[in-house]
Design a protein around this ligand. Sequence first.
Ligand code: CA
Ligand code: CA
Length: 140
Amino acid sequence: MFDAVAKSPVWEIPGGIVGFSALKVADLDGAKPAEIIVGDQQWGNVTAYRYDATSKTANIIAQLNSQGDGVSAIGVGDVNADGKAELVWGSDYYSSGRDFLVVASWTPAASVLWSGPTPAQLDGPSMAQSWRTCRPPPRS
Ligand SMILES: [Ca+2]
Ligand SMILES: [Ca+2]
């Protein structure tokens, strides 16, 4: 958090192995203040913090394994219509393996509700076979 008047950092959240790759500020519980959600750039976690103005520290309110290598983006919304916001993020963009879209609860317990799509690495006919089927018909 940066003080625009004093032009200096007020406090910082230390990053994971190589820092964060995704950040979202959103009000998870409908009460001030807004929470701060960060995703680690390599492996690691998605972590939600709530700033305490009295102690001037950010406290972890939820933390989940990111499910893959790197977090590409974080969203917040009540995606299952239970009246509570969920955390939604993309993960594993950094590796050549499958990619993940993850939906997780943050309260009363932080847990992954859904992770998918099911292994969706691109496969199917080889490129040569695809090109062959795209070739124009032989001349007569
Ligand atoms: Ca809040
Ligand atoms: Ca919900």
